[in-house]
Design a protein around this ligand. Structure first.
Ligand code: SAH
Length: 340
């Protein structure tokens, strides 16, 4: 098993210090970044000599695509494999002429949410920042080369396998590298991080660039939420909201509350009433996600009519609400269906 440092783990500053230590001008870091991240196709190639030094010191490989599944709705799911043969799923989701890429942050997940397929695997290991970035590059290249879709660079959601805030140092590092001006030069608002409510990580969010934040809420009642998301026993809603209320949001920034809808469990009038109490005064947007079944799951997806009716209840209560249309469920690529 080789898990040596990847070149994609490096910020440009770190690359500069490496170059200086090796008696190479730090100015080459820009050329190297542009080549690695293909920010400028006409960039001078990296010289053979420098490339050899980089290869000697770093793993320069990207994750390998093991399998690709395509849904007629345009969703593409990859099983990507790393150098230790562990794999994660990465999903490209079409959205308004543009794609969003759903990145994994861990192999498996430790959260064991009762409605999630990934949770049944348990946690195998955290991903390094370079492995998170590698998924993006491979997926974006696939769009460009395989599908010939020269669309704008995909936006990012950290909603694949894993709990991103349970691996917050590497996820933060990846976000910072995604923003490198000579790399992918992404803006923080092009990235959304979704958390199950992992409090130690939420406490660190003020140190992150101003990315979009989503909380998997799923119920306004601790009694129900802890059945769905076991870590709610340790990190109940009061504590989570105390932290979220302390985040300095941008002017028009909302926190997105993901709300998994399970038939008969959390789609009742009292749920809507309690959601109003919880979110009415907060800068919030609710994203309803009808439960996506997977092999062996016990919960039931509500009918489209019921989903629509619950949305209406929230809209009547003046809560900003959207239904997240399910994409890729025929290839088990939808929310909560990822398992490698
Ligand atoms: N660990 C993070 C991100 C991964 S899951 C989190 O919990 O937020 C991304 C979203 O998919 C979460 O809102 C999660 O609750 C939801 N999800 C998980 N399993 C699902 C399922 N079977 N059907 C619908 N949504 C699901």
């Amino acid at each position: 098993m080789t898990l040596e440092k990847s070149i994609y783990d490096l910020s440009q500053e770190e690359l500069k210090s490496f170059l200086v230590k090796n008696n190479i001008s730090p100015d080459f870091s820009t050329t190297i970044f542009r080549n690695l991240y293909k920010n400028n196709k006409h960039e001078m190639p990296i010289s053979k000599k420098i490339m050899a030094i980089l290869r000697k010191n770093f793993n320069v490989d990207l994750p390998v695509i093991h399998t690709v599944s395509k849904s007629p709705d345009g969703t593409v799911k990859f099983l990507m494999m790393f150098s230790d043969n562990k794999s994660v799923e990465t999903v490209l989701i079409p959205f308004n002429k543009r794609f969003t890429v759903c990145l994994s942050s861990q192999v498996g997940c430790a959260m064991k949410c009762s409605f999630c397929y990934t949770g049944t695997m348990g946690l195998s290991r955290h991903l390094k920042s370079g492995e998170i970035i590698g998924q993006y590059i491979v997926a974006a290249n696939y769009l460009d080369v395989e599908l010939g879709l020269k669309t704008m660079a995909p936006n990012i959601v950290f909603m694949g396998q894993g709990e991103p805030l349970h691996n917050s140092d590497e996820v933060l590092k990846a976000i910072q590298i995604f923003m490198e001006p000579f790399g992918l030069a992404m803006g923080p608002r092009q990235m959304t991080l979704s958390t199950a409510g992992y409090l130690p990580g939420i406490k660190k969010l003020n140190d992150f660039p101003k990315i979009n934040i989503a909380l998997s809420l799923h119920s306004p009642f601790n009694s129900i939420r802890k059945e769905l998301i076991p870590i709610n026993q340790h990190f109940p809603l009061e504590d989570i909201f105390k932290e979220l209320d302390g985040l300095d949001l941008m002017k028009r920034q909302f926190i997105v509350y993901e709300y998994l809808l399970i038939d008969g469990l959390n789609d009742r009038v009292e749920d809507a009433d309690e959601l109003l109490k919880l979110l009415g005064e907060r800068k919030s947007a609710i994203n309803l996600i009808p439960f996506n079944p997977f092999p062996g799951s016990n919960y039931k997806r509500p009918s489209d009519e019921k989903v629509e009716a619950f949305k209406e209840m929230l809209v009547e209560r003046k809560l900003r609400t959207m239904i997240r249309t399910t994409k890729g469920s025929d290839i088990l690529a939808a929310c909560g269906q990822l398992k490698s």
